[in-house]
Design a protein around this ligand. Structure first.
Ligand SMILES: NC(=O)c1ccc[n+]([C@@H]2O[C@H](COP(=O)([O-])OP(=O)(O)OC[C@H]3O[C@@H](n4cnc5c(N)ncnc54)[C@H](OP(=O)(O)O)[C@@H]3O)[C@@H](O)[C@H]2O)c1
Length: 270
């Protein structure tokens, strides 16, 4: 079943490419593909659902597909959604996925998976340093490694975008107390992706050169991550819709590769 869907994704691209080469009429727009990490719930699930509604090919990855009920229901009702097992801290699993998707164009690589890591473990004076490693593994190393493994899939695509779900709390200019490790992880993610953006721009490979890298704050969103904190929150539907609009309008709004933006489209201070 899974192999058939991967094949179908591949076939979509081959058929489109062959048709456009042979005919004299303008080429059909290709079906774009997005790969999302952490698509089991929250913002990641909502991104998968909305991209599926837009008719994109959706590679929805999550740690435990067998317990991702909402995602399973989505994939069961849509032929354009495929679920892949992926823990972004499991290097072997990441490698295996990259090998299976070798040569498949991915228009948008969406690094969404992230953890807060627990408030009590990151209070100054009682830091639990094991939490630091856990948070960095998911929020920083995972996304960086996804980019290393899938950069050529993105380079092969039409849209060529690498998007990372960051957070405004990673902004050093807007720093406030608490959640030390989590905030540091998002600052590190921002810096690392900014560097990758510049490295890709300077690449000798013309396809890699065109890749844009984005960092998007999703808003304060009502998910398990945000918990029951009594502050105003938006729903995952609104957040995902905003994120998708920012991604789609990248060129219209003249955003630069490496920019740090909000889901509303406004630029954020570093
Ligand atoms: N919610 C907010 O207010 C807010 C604000 C700013 C930024 N963000 C960022 O938005 C992103 C999504 O957050 P959310 O609010 O949707 O949180 P969420 O509801 O807690 O969802 C987090 C997702 O990440 C996945 N995940 C965790 N560890 C993983 C790992 N090792 N490998 C693969 N997937 C993993 C979870 O999978 P499981 O189901 O397997 O646990 C889940 O699908 C995160 O990067 C977060 O930092 C959120």
């Amino acid at each position: 079943m899974k192999a058939t869907r991967v094949l179908l994704l591949l076939l979509t691209f081959c058929v489109t490419a062959c048709t456009s080469a042979a005919s004299l009429s303008p080429p059909e727009p290709k079906t774009p593909t997005v790969l999302i990490t952490g698509a089991s719930r929250g913002i990641g699930y909502e991104l998968a659902r909305q991209y599926a509604d837009l008719g994109w090919g959706v590679i929805a990855t999550c740690r435990n597909p067998s317990t991702a009920d909402a995602l399973q229901a989505l994939a069961g009702s849509r032929s354009n959604v495929i679920i892949e097992s992926l823990d972004v801290t499991d290097f072997a699993e990441m490698d295996e996925l990259a090998v299976r998707y070798k040569g498949v164009p991915i228009d948008v690589l969406l690094n969404n998976a992230g953890i807060l890591g627990g408030n009590d473990r990151q209070k100054f004076g009682q830091f639990d340093y094991t939490a630091f490693d856990e948070i960095m593994a998911v929020n920083v190393i995972g996304p960086i490694r996804m980019v290393e493994l899938f950069v050529d899939n993105v380079a092969l695509s039409e849209q060529k975008k690498i998007i990372n779900i960051s957070s405004s709390v990673g902004s050093i200019a807007m720093a406030f107390p608490g959640q030390n490790f989590y905030k540091a992880s998002k600052s590190a993610l921002n810096m690392s992706m900014k560097i990758i953006a510049k490295e890709l721009k300077g690449s000798k490979d013309p396809n890699r050169k065109q890749i844009v890298v984005g960092l998007i704050h999703p808003g304060v969103v009502r998910t398990e991550f945000a918990g029951n904190v009594p502050i105003p929150m938006i729903e995952p539907e609104e957040s995902a819709a905003g994120i998708i609009e920012v991604i789609q309008n990248y060129y219209v709004t003249r955003r630069q590769s490496g920019d740090f933006m909000s889901y509303t489209g406004s630029k954020l201070p570093w």
